[in-house]
Design a protein around this ligand. Structure first.
Ligand code: MLT
Length: 335
């Protein structure tokens, strides 16, 4: 199971447009009529089903739907490190019925893609932050290196043959991989997938050597011994993975990254819809079942103060500036 192909992306594009068209046909603009929502809401996930971003989205979708008194459909649109889905939602009808779940990738995309086709701060309204997920450096069980220090030495000695999986340029796994390579002083062969869901399947199967991925995807495979874990990329250990050292403990303190997630709607979406979506998000994040699910996978809801549209927008602004420098220093460009 190998990677990106342009035809698949075009196919994905057609599917989402159809959903948007239907809502147009109803001719109702529920939000402005105050009857929002009066039809299904679609949350677009920019990566494969079953992966970490999909997992977080499906955790909150149901309690949000209950809070809104409506129905939420989760739609996976893969491609180009999440920028295909973001581009589609940026041009979707701004009526509150098309929502995007995206992560740190929204802030790295402007620096990585010259002709991105959308501007995160101009083309979207922020709804609220959701969670910030630690990452893990994991490898196939048969891979020789036993520790992060061994891995660093090994990739230096075998840079031409070691394979590093990720979910495309601009994905969190790509960004973490960039930071690892910069810290280790190597350039490795990157193997892109449409999401880390399928990448992790290939890692368990031994078809790729290692990758960086979110605890919401790797915790189960690590605790089952199906992959080996070298470190978590946060200052503190992760409660659900008590035996996995931090990158600082493992001798690579400069590898610090966690994956913040947030909800977006197209710019011009009625404030009433944004307010209701943000309220429903806050309700979902306070739901004990959501808190428990997130804890089991090494993360937690953001604080209520951070789950507001304003706090989200400020964070996005700061992150775009932060990662622009890191990416420029790394000399990486997608197109
Ligand atoms: C996914 O859901 O597949 C990930 O978030 C991809 C990534 O950004 O590494």
């Amino acid at each position: 199971m190998r990677p990106n192909t342009v035809p698949r992306m075009i196919a994905a594009f057609a599917a989402v447009s159809l959903v948007a068209a239907c809502s147009g046909e109803n001719g109702t603009d529920g939000a402005s009529a105050g009857g929002y929502p009066d039809q299904n809401i679609t949350i677009v996930v920019p990566f494969s089903a079953g992966g970490p971003t999909d997992t977080v989205t499906r955790m909150i979708a149901e309690p949000m739907a209950a809070a809104l008194g409506g129905k939420i459909v989760v739609q996976n649109v893969e491609g180009a490190g999440g920028t295909v889905a973001a581009g589609q939602v940026a041009t979707a009808r701004p009526d509150g019925y098309t929502v995007l779940m995206h992560h740190i990738g929204m802030s790295t995309a402007p620096a990585l893609y010259k002709d991105l086709g959308f501007q995160p701060l101009e083309d979207f309204a922020t709804v609220g932050l959701v969670t910030e997920v630690p990452m893990t450096v994991v490898a196939r069980t048969g891979f020789a290196p036993a520790t992060l220090a061994d891995l660093t030495a090994y990739v230096k000695a075998n840079a031409g043959t070691v394979t590093l999986a990720n979910a495309g340029i601009g994905a969190a796994s790509h960004l973490c991989g960039l930071l690892f390579q910069a810290a280790a002083g190597v350039k490795l062969q990157e193997v892109p997938y449409q999401g880390t869901g399928p990448a992790l399947t290939d890692l368990v199967g031994g078809q790729v050597d290692f990758m960086c991925d979110q605890t919401t995807n790797t915790t189960g495979q690590i605790t089952a011994g199906k992959v080996k874990a070298y470190a978590v990329t946060t200052p503190e250990r992760v409660k659900s993975l008590p035996d996995v050292p931090t990158t600082t403990e493992a001798g690579m303190p400069q590898l610090q990254v966690s994956v913040w997630h947030g909800l977006y709607v197209p710019a011009g979406t009625p404030p009433e819809a944004v307010r209701k979506l943000s309220g429903a998000l806050a309700t979902a994040l306070a739901d004990p079942a959501v808190v428990d699910q997130m804890a089991k996978l090494g993360t937690a809801p953001v604080a209520a103060a951070d789950a507001t549209p304003e706090a989200h927008r400020a964070h996005l602004q700061e992150q775009i500036t932060t990662w622009a420098k890191v990416i420029a220093d790394a000399g990486v460009q997608a197109s």
